[in-house]
Design a protein around this ligand. Sequence first.
Ligand code: AMP
Length: 455
Amino acid sequence: MNNFADLNLAPEILRALTESGYTTPTPIQAQAIPLVLEGCDLMAGAQTGTGKTAAFALPMLQKLLPYASSSPSPARHVVRALILVPTRELAVQVEESVKSYAKHSHLRSLVVFGGVDIKTQTPHLRAGVEILVATPGRLLDHIEQKTVQLNQVQMLVLDEADRMLDMGFMPDLKRILALLPKQRQNLMFSATFSNEIKKLSAEFLVNPKLIEVARSNATSENVTQKVYMVGSADKHALLASLLRGSDATQALVFTKTKLTASRIARQLQREGFSADAIHGDKSQMERMQALDAFKQGRISVLIATDVAARGLDIDQLPVVINYEIPSAAEDYVHRIGRTGRAGAFGIAISLVSPEEEKYLVEIEKLIKCQIQRVAPPAIERAVQPEHRAEHHVRIRAPHKPVTKNPVQDAWFNKPYEPSVSTKVNEPVTMQISKPASQIPALFMRRKAVQPDMED
Ligand code: AMP
C-alpha cells in the first residue's frame, strides 16, 4: 500500500493528510485502515511513533462522515466515537491529530481530562461532538454529572491499553464499557502483549483481527543491551564511573523509586555532573523544566522513575541506564525504548544486584532473549570535591583529573554514532535468540512528561 488514495478515504480526509505532509501510509496504517473500514474489531500491537493514531483516526473519520453536519444544533452532534487514553498528554496529542485530519469535514472532536476544572469542559460537551477523547477518570466524572451521553457510541478505541492497566484504570474501564451500546466496533492498541492485555482483549473484543508492526514485547534491534552484575552498595560508584567513561553526551537513568532518583541526582551533582531528577513528587512545572533542560543539552544526566519517564521522546538519546531494573518486565521494554529510536543506535545498560536477578530472568523471558552479563569494570570511586563541577555538557569531562581506575571496558567507550541503517547490523553484544523483526516507520515526536502514579 503506497498511497492513501488506495485506502478508499474520502477527498476531505485525503486533503488534510496532504496538508499534514503525509505521503505514504505507515505499516500499521496500511494494515489497520482496511480492517477498521470493514468493521472488524482490532487488537493492534504498535508503539507510539508508528503512526498508530492515524491508523484508527482516519478510518474512524471515514465511517463517521455520513453523520457530519453543519448544523449548530447539539442534537446533530452526538458522541459516536470514544477514544480512551491513559494520560492527559496523550489525550491532547490524540485529539490534536483527530482535529487536524477532520478539519475539512463538519465532524467535531473534543478532549476531556482530569486536573483541570470540569466546568470549563462542560459547555463544549453540551455543544455536541462526534469524537470524544478522554482519560477514564474524567469521563466518569462527566457521566456522573450527566454532561455526556454515550448511548450512541459505535466505535471505541483503547489507546495504549497496556499503560491503562499499569496505571490501574481497569475498574474505571469496566464501568465505562458497561455504559456503552453493546453493538459497537472496538479497537485496542498496546505496545506490549502481556497476559493482562490478552485477558482484556478477550473480554471486550469480538473476533478481533490481530495486527502487529513489531514483534510482541520486542526490544528494538538497534539497542545493544548489557547487564552489569553489581552489589547494591557499589551501584552509585559504577554509575558515576560509567558516565564518566562514556563518550555519549547524555544518558537517561532509571530508578524504581522517587527517593532513589532524588538521591542519585543530588549525589551526581555533588560529583560535578549536570544532573536532575524527574518524578512524581516534583511539580509538573519542575518536570517540564528538567525535561526541557535535558532536551536542550543543558543537563547531561536525567534520572527518572518509570511513570515520570513515560512518553518521553528525546531525539537521539544514546544511552539508557537502569540503576535498578524494574520488577514489572514490561517496564524494561518501555525504558529501553527511550533509546534506539527512529533507526538510531542505542545502548541500554542495567545494573543488577543479586537480589534483582529474579526480575532479570522475567525480563529475558518477556523479550525472548538473553542479555549479556558482564562483570563490572574496575570502579572509579567517588570524585574528590576539588575535582568537581566539570560535567556541564558532556557526561564525561574531557580532562577528568582523578581516574585512579578508569573504566576498563572498551565496549562502553565506543563512540555513540547516530543512525544510519548500516550501523544497525554492526556487531552487538546482545544475544538474540530470535531474529527481531524490523521496527517500521518511526516518527519522532517530543512529548510532555506524564502525570504520575508511582512508588
Ligand atoms: P503516532 O504513532 O500516532 O503517535 O504518530 C507519530 C507521528 O507520526 C506523528 O507526529 C504523526 O503526525 C506522524 N505520522 C503519522 N502517520 C504518518 C504518515 N503516514 N506519514 C508521515 N507522518 C506520519
